[in-house]
Design a protein around this ligand. Sequence first.
Ligand code: HEC
Ligand code: HEC
Length: 274
Amino acid sequence: MPRMSWIRGSVIALIIAVPIPSRAQAPPAPVEEVDAFIKSMPQTNPFSSEADVQQGRALFQTHCTYCHGANGEGGRGADLTAGIYRRGGRDPELYTSIRYGIPGTEMGPVRITDDEVWKVVGYVKRLGSQGLLEKAPGDPTAGHAVYQKSGCVNCHRIGNDGGNLGPELTDIGRRRGVKFLTESLAKPEADVPINYRGIQVVLKNGQTVTGTRLNRDDLSIQLRDTRDNLRSFLMDNVQEIRFDKPSLMPSYGAMNKKDFDDVVAYLNSLKGAQ
Ligand code: HEC
Ligand code: HEC
């Protein structure tokens, strides 16, 4: 296969980035182009000797453990030990996810050579076939009840239910590992996704409005307040904008241990639509 040029790579990345309407009857053209691209490359990994996998492991340590954990158990990034991939687990599909990153998520393209990407693919497959599926210690069914009674639903959406102040959790168990979920509940301010940083707008009339920032230009600022209302203020009326409460989520570190473990198990069980 000819080495893919950088420009072609960028074009493909752009194609993948085009949002796909969820209710579309037939897949739109860009999806077909991505399919065609995937079909045009080697269908089985050309670098899959034991030495290649070991090199893939070293590359993984450098470029991926930051989000996926030292053993691929997940953290800020998905658990890779389950061998379940939303964008497909065939060699060319994994190659595409790793080469170009996953548009619309925190995972960006990796800066290594094409041959090295194949070696990483080999290691990722090995991780996924070890059956180390991370299991949270609690009981997901009991955790669902804890979720309901703790008011999580006011700020988070699962499927069609819930509020929008915090990130949607429909597939949180696939996107994040158990350790990250535990930390999200105990220390919400530790790792706040950029779109959900808390801000406070202090108005000249003395009123303070807290929420997450949606937009800002020279004339106005828009936010989603803590009651899930969209609000807009003219900068002329704004005295000050403060960022001293990075997360608007309360800490649940003081919850009793069983409820805490159960709600983590419930979150871990939310894998979204495959
Ligand atoms: C900045 C954090 C970050 C880094 C660095 C990162 N990833 Fe990811 N990765 C994620 C997140 C978040 C997801 C889940 C995306 C989603 O589906 O919403 C993910 C998903 C994946 C998936 C699953 C794709 C699927 O089809 O479900 C694979 C495979 C993967 N990453 C491999 C890697 C490899 C290999 C590297 C290193 C070259 C890497 N990632 C680096 C954050 C990261
Ligand atoms: C007052 C609103 C509010 C309540 C109540 C709330 N959250 Fe959150 N949550 C947020 C916000 C805002 C964020 C994003 C900032 C952050 O990561 O701390 C967040 C982040 C999270 C994350 C990390 C999501 C990600 O993609 O990184 C998880 C998991 C989570 N919340 C679970 C829960 C659970 C479980 C409960 C109930 C026990 C709960 N939240 C209650 C507002 C809330």
